[in-house]
Design a protein around this ligand. Structure first.
Ligand code: CP3
Length: 354
């Protein structure tokens, strides 16, 4: 991408370390059920996976929040669980209950997974990306994504979301070699998947490690940090300029371990996503000065609205003043969030720092 284009694109400029009077903004899970227009098109597909694999509907869902709010980046509409689906595990989504997978329990279950990226299955995702690139204006970036190996594995082992991912943690303690094989398989397949997303036209990717916060430090290093670093070097070996954001939710005091090598060319991550519980003042001083940081408004503050929302926004803007920052939530937007509160957020961030 030429410099002229990056300069016209505030999100990419921030990822490249540029600081602006106001930060670019997008929201995790910005497409979805809080939007009436999403609920309307969602009803057109029989299942959630059918929806994800329908380029016409996925393109529309990606563009809806851009049209309504004018975010600086669009995130591909898909889900992290398309990877287990592409590996041959049964995946479905029950309305109001979340994902259901046929849980992996035995060595045979893990050996039965197809270890290579099922491009045939995922072709509609790449087609969605190609179509989006022709539809998005130059100043709106396109973000691709996948789940981190640990987070995807937690769903594959438990077969559903759980409050603390105890099934995968237990599995990893009892059968570390077998669990390592699953993680290695996910590193391979997810790296290939991100490379294909870049080839189809995404300009940055985010690796969602939504469950990195449940592990003790040794397990965090083995199951979260090492696999994500392996993915970063794997992707960079094929897409040298790849912009990669890591979002290790709940990593807390482990965050500085995540940033070793960050900001160095072809090493480490391009930006770090911070969850709601990270103190922005701490992050702004404790994490590498040149590393772009993304976050971290409490999704409940956005749900609540009012003057406390303004205060929370201002605190984050002030904390990251003077360093590359991408405004975002500390986790995904909640389906009950009023549209008017997102408009309030946009106006406040766009108004710039006071
Ligand atoms: O951010 C976006 O707008 C792009 C689309 C996107 C979805 N899921 C759509 C979705 C993204 C980036 C995701 C990521 C994702 N999916 C994560 C990581 C981020 C996080 O929230 O921690 C995880 C853990 C999943 C797995 C998943 N998918 C769960 C647990 C659920 C059910 C609970 C829920 O939030 O609804 C889903 C379903 C899902 N993924 C929906 C959407 C819009 C709702 C289903 C529907 O509309 O019918």
């Amino acid at each position: 991408m030429s410099h002229a284009k990056v300069d016209a694109n505030p999100f990419l400029a921030a990822l490249d370390g540029k600081t602006r009077a106001r930060p670019p903004i997008w929201l995790m899970r910005q497409a979805g059920r809080y939007l009436p227009e999403y609920r309307e098109i969602r009803a057109r597909a029989p299942t959630f996976l059918d929806f994800c694999y329908n380029p016409g509907l996925a393109v529309e869902a990606t563009l809806q929040p851009i049209r309504r709010f004018g975010f600086d980046a669009a995130i591909l509409f898909s889900d992290i669980l398309v990877i287990p689906d592409a590996l041959g595990q049964d995946v479905s989504f029950e309305a109001g209950e979340g994902p259901r997978l046929r849980p992996l329990q035995t060595q045979a279950d893990i050996e039965a997974l197809r270890p290579e990226l099922n491009v045939g299955r995922l072709n509609p995702v790449f087609e969605t990306i190609e179509r989006l690139r022709t539809k998005l204006p130059e100043d709106v970036a396109l973000i691709g994504f996948c789940g981190a190996p640990w987070t995807v594995a937690t769903y594959m082992i438990a077969g559903r979301g759980t409050p603390d991912q105890a099934p995968a943690r237990r599995f990893a303690y009892l059968q570390p070699d077998l669990f390592q094989r699953l993680i290695d398989c996910l590193v391979d397949v997810s790296s290939d998947y991100l490379v294909r997303q870049f080839q189809a036209g995404v300009q940055a990717v985010q690796i969602f490690d939504s469950w990195s916060g449940v592990l003790p430090v040794a397990e965090f290093e083995r199951w979260c940090l090492d696999p994500v670093h392996a993915m970063i070097s794997r992707v960079r070996s094929r897409v040298p300029e790849a912009r990669i954001i890591a979002f290790p939710r709940g990593a807390g005091t482990y965050l500085p371990r995540f940033t070793a090598g960050a900001g160095t060319e072809r090493m480490g991550l391009s930006a770090l996503g911070l969850d709601t519980s990270v103190d922005p003042d701490w992050a702004a001083t404790a994490l590498p000065e040149k590393l772009p940081l993304q976050g971290n408004l409490d999704p409940i503050a956005l749900l609540a609205g009012g003057p406390r929302l303004d205060e929370a926004i201002d605190r984050i803007l002030a904390a990251f003043d003077g360093r590359p920052h991408i405004f975002n939530l500390g986790h995904g937007i909640l389906p009950e969030t009023p549209i008017a509160h997102v408009e309030q957020l946009m106006q406040r961030v766009r108004r710039g720092r006071q």
